[in-house]
Design a protein around this ligand. Structure first.
Ligand code: NAD
Length: 322
């Protein structure tokens, strides 16, 4: 039986494919390498259970024999991409998800869709259970992604209703770890890059906004558990350890300085807050614990240390990330 991972050459895709191959599964990655890279899948190339099909999910997908499950991860996820390519992101969310669900209909495959905490928008409550319906701006710089992912969830519901497709929906909260693209604009790689080069850390807003960061391996274990569970409604997959963006920047820069044997850089360059960027974002992960027996395991200190090590090794030290 074969498992398709769309977006398998991306950051989370890398960790998920690794997990599936370790479990002895046969994996086909469908990825256009838009925000992912060949490098992210290079270590799997010699595995006979692995295949990469270079394709854009906005086009009808190639047929795959013995298809059992599809993890649909293909979609850019960085706020910088929302500004660069909003129409392509909307197309990816709608056309891409529809094409995945069409293939699943034909092959009677189960689909896990990568949704996001962004479906909650800029929330009016502090801890987010799956029952919260969100506070999303449909007409703004993040709406291509936020509304795109809400459309993805609506498509899942509709294909289940009309075509009996088995769907699973993971609302993923901020993840970080090795294999993130260093220049894709997300917080942790930005902080590591700045710290490695002794530059001021860029923070959008005053640094008091909060986020909960989960390590990549925890996240993909959550996706795997959800795919193989009987639960078919949306589930939050995230860490509930809440920190301000300033404190996270501080933690990351200190970890880099420690590795490089330098004094921690303290300078912060504050940029205007991004429009509609949530002030607080913390998942309620009670449901994931209850229906999946899942909760994050890797501590923030360990996860950051492993991520910093990976970036230092990959980029060979200061000045090469910028
Ligand atoms: P990523 O950008 O590293 O990976 C996305 C992958 O999808 C890339 O390999 C890219 O080339 C591919 N892709 C994008 N558009 C495509 C298209 N039209 N056709 C074919 N391939 C395409 O992002 P990620 O962080 O690994 O995120 C993976 C998924 O998880 C995304 O759907 C994202 O919305 C979701 N998610 C991620 C996070 C997070 O913190 N990383 C949080 C919430 C949701």
């Amino acid at each position: 039986m074969t498992i398709v991972v769309t977006g398998g050459a991306g950051f989370l895709g890398h960790h998920l494919v690794k997990l599936l191959l370790e479990k002895g599964k046969s994996v086909v990655v469908m990825d256009s390498l838009w925000t992912g890279s060949q490098e992210n899948i290079a270590e799997f190339a010699s595995n006979p259970n692995f295949r990469h099909i270079l394709c854009d999910v906005r086009e009808p997908l190639p047929d795959v024999e013995d298809l059992e499950q599809i993890y649909h991860l293909a979609c850019p996820a960085s706020p910088d991409d929302f500004e660069r390519a909003p129409i392509e992101i909307l197309e990816t969310c709608f056309l891409g998800t529809r094409n995945v669900l069409e293939l699943a209909t034909v092959r009677r495959a189960r689909v896990l869709l990568a949704s996001t905490s962004e479906v909650y928008g800029d929330p009016e409550i502090s801890v987010l259970p799956e029952s919260y319906r969100g506070n999303v701006n449909s007409f703004g710089p993040r709406s291509c992604y936020d509304e795109g992912k809400r459309t993805l969830e609506a498509l899942a519901f509709s294909y289940r209703l009309k075509n009996n497709v088995e769907t699973r929906i993971a609302r993923i909260f901020n993840a970080y770890g090795p294999y993130m693209a260093s220049k894709d604009g997300r917080a942790v790689p930005n902080f590591i890059g700045a710290a490695m080069d002794g530059q001021p850390v860029k923070i959008y807003g005053d640094g008091s906004a909060t986020r909960c960061f989960q390590y990549a391996t925890d996240c993909v274990e959550g996706l795997y558990a959800l795919m193989n569970s009987d639960y078919d409604k949306p589930v939050n997959i995230g860490s509930d350890l809440e920190m301000t963006v300033f404190d996270i920047a501080n933690k990351v820069t200190r970890a880099v300085a420690e590795k490089l044997g330098q004094k921690a850089p303290v300078a912060v360059h504050y940029l205007p807050k991004r429009v509609d960027d949530p002030i607080r974002r913390k998942p309620d992960i009670t449901l994931a614990g209850k229906v999946l027996g899942w909760s994050p395991k890797v501590s923030l200190d360990d996860g950051i240390a492993q991520t910093v090590d990976w970036f230092l090794e990959k980029h060979g030290g200061p000045k090469s990330l910028m």
